[in-house]
Structures are given as structure tokens and as C-alpha cells.
Design a protein around this ligand. Sequence first.
Ligand code: CA
Ligand code: CA
Length: 233
Amino acid sequence: MRVPVAPPLLTALVLQACTTLVVNPGLVDDKDGQDDTSQPTDSGSGDTGKDDTGKDTGKDTGSGDTSDTSDTSDTSANGTCNPDDCGSLEICYEDQCEDGLDRKYFVTILGVEVANRNYQGNPWDPSNGAPDLYVRLGNLASDEVSWADTCATLVAEDVYAYAWNEGCEFVMRRGAHFRIEVWDDDLSAGQEIVGTFDANGNDELIDFVRGHGQNLKVSNNVFTMYFRIDPRF
Ligand SMILES: [Ca+2]
Ligand SMILES: [Ca+2]
């Protein structure tokens, strides 16, 4: 069992500690065995139609295979140009340098895994219950609190891991603050934040969208989230 640490400031820590992107992890493997039939396939709403040619969409069972991060066979999704040779706010798309911001993307939440206990070291729910996980994503408004645009996955009740393969289309605008939040939606105990990913401002946004076409991951000691971003045109 993983043991969470340092109770008091951890909620704040999550907001900052989980922004390191990792490329091409394997996907979530349900620990409870309940939802394996809904493991990501090409039938989900998040299917952008690009992954039908045998790319690793998470069906690969090698979830512990960290060598995938050096696998260059998937880079064709980014084209063969090198983003470093493009402008600072450009991406490689279909082998051309194009504007990376102010353009549409589909962001797919592949799945989330959480530890057995929350940041306070307690069970997620009363009576040692498992969390009720969902993910909300979108652009924050200028007040940095409310959403300018947002969508959310369905709630997966009483699970420590779940694979949604759900997402939405967003315009990644210059200067915006894009956020992904993982929540425990517990009726009796109230909403509890599980983890976040932030791409705030042009530098972070361009780093994020340059990961397009690949599986991305953020994690800390309590949660791991797998997601991806794909240009719409
Ligand atoms: Ca809870
Ligand atoms: Ca629960």
C-alpha cells in the first residue's frame, strides 16, 4: 500500500507537482477488475480516428514498460519535422510547422489511477469506501476560478482506477490557462480534489500541444492520469 505523506499542504502541492509530462505510458489497469470491459478502444467518444493503424492506444498491456518513453516509432503522429526547428509557438503537424495555439484540439482523458488513501492518509470515502472519480477539463476564465469552457467525464463510482476514453474539443488560445482536474465526487462526504494538470500561459500551452498524438501522463504519490491531445485540423 502506498502511504501518502505530509498532510497539511498537500492540496496546494498537487496543483504544482504534477505538471511533468511523460510520453507514451501504458494505460490504466483496473485494480478492482470491475471495468476492464470498458478499457479504451477505438469506439469511445475520444476517438479521433488517428489511432486505428495499430498505434499504442493503451491496449498494450505493458503498463510497466518505461522503455516506451524512448520509443520513437510513434513520432510519425507529429510529422517528421522537428518542433525545435519551428517557431516558438508552432507545432509540427503533418510534417509542417504550423501555429500551435489559437487552434482546435480534442483532449481525451484516457484514465486515472489513485492510491488507496487520500492526501490526509485517510480512505477516500467513509467506511473505507473507494472514490467516485471523474475528470473536469477546460479553459479557466480570467478570474482563474470559474471556467470559460469546460466538460467532464462521467462519474465512475467506487473505483481506484478507471479508463474513460472521453474528452472534448477545445481551442487552445494564446495566453490561456487550460486545466484538467480529477475529482472524487462523493455524495455523503462532498467533493474532494484528487489531482490537477495545468498548462498556464503560452510556454506551458505549447509544451502541452507539442505532445499531440501521444499518450501523456501526470502523476504524484496519490494519483496518475493518462491523457492525450490531438489537433482537429
Ligand atoms: Ca471522498
Ligand atoms: Ca465512493
